[in-house]
Design a binder for this molecule. Structure first.
Ligand code: MD3
Ligand code: FE
Length: 204
């Protein structure tokens, strides 16, 4: 494990190839029950280049009305599917937090997709860390401090890598600058999947 910055821990290649393949199979089932949707920007309605779905009791959604967590898929109206056991297991092993995650946001990046610098602040509990797992093509990830416009550092996130953001890093600006197309053969059609496990409500 590598300490990238205060509150940021990186486990390169944490998931063995077999676990990555098992997780992709689990995610196919998640996406069958809760299809990927295109989130839209609040106010403007402009679609994100990243497509999303969720598993767990709550899911993150975004549309003209704003960003929020909700228990139902925005298009099917059905509950999000359960979190695969591999994910809750990774949280127990790595998160160092005594309550289970409630939401797993599943982001899908095609080769041209990006995610601008932002903070994750739609959760009630900032004491809980966010755990991120990467699958498929490598991404150039950028993380800064808690103020917009500060210095940033870049990190490559490859398939099987896990990152934990806690403490002062929990409110750090971060984003995905680009996807390195063809860098992994895990996903037959290419692209990248990122999973973020989050505690949304206060457990106490
Ligand atoms: C640092 N996802 O879903 S994962 C997101 O690769 C998001 O899809 C990116 O940013 C992705 O909100 C980056 C790394 C990550 C995730 C959540 C964080 C870093 C974070 C929350 C707080 C601080
Ligand atoms: Fe984020």
């Amino acid at each position: 494990r590598l300490a990238i910055a205060p509150g940021v821990i990186h486990w390169p290649g944490y998931l063995p190839a077999e676990a990555q393949a098992a997780l992709v199979a689990d995610l196919r089932e998640v996406a069958r029950q809760a299809p990927f949707f295109s989130p839209r920007m609040p106010r403007t309605g402009k679609p994100f280049s990243v497509r999303m779905t969720n598993c767990g009791s709550l899911g993150w959604v975004s549309d003209e009305r704003g960003y929020r967590y909700q228990p139902l898929h925005p298009e099917t109206g059905l509950a999000w599917p359960p979190m695969p056991a591999l994910l809750t297991q990774a949280w127990r092993e790595l998160a160092d937090y005594p309550h289970p995650p409630e939401a797993c946001l599943v982001n899908f990046y095609e080769a041209s997709a990006k995610m601008g610098l932002h903070q994750d602040r739609d959760e009630q509990d900032f004491e809980a860390p966010v755990l991120s797992l990467s699958l498929g093509d490598t991404a150039m990830f950028r993380i800064g401090g808690t103020e917009r416009g500060g210095k940033t550092v870049s990190l490559k996130l490859a398939s099987g890598d896990v990152l934990l953001f806690g403490g002062e890093a929990r409110l750090a600006y971060h984003g995905i600058d680009r996807i390195l197309a063809g860098s992994s053969s895990l996903l037959p059609q290419g692209g990248r999947i990122n999973l973020t496990l989050r505690r949304v409500t206060r457990a106490f």
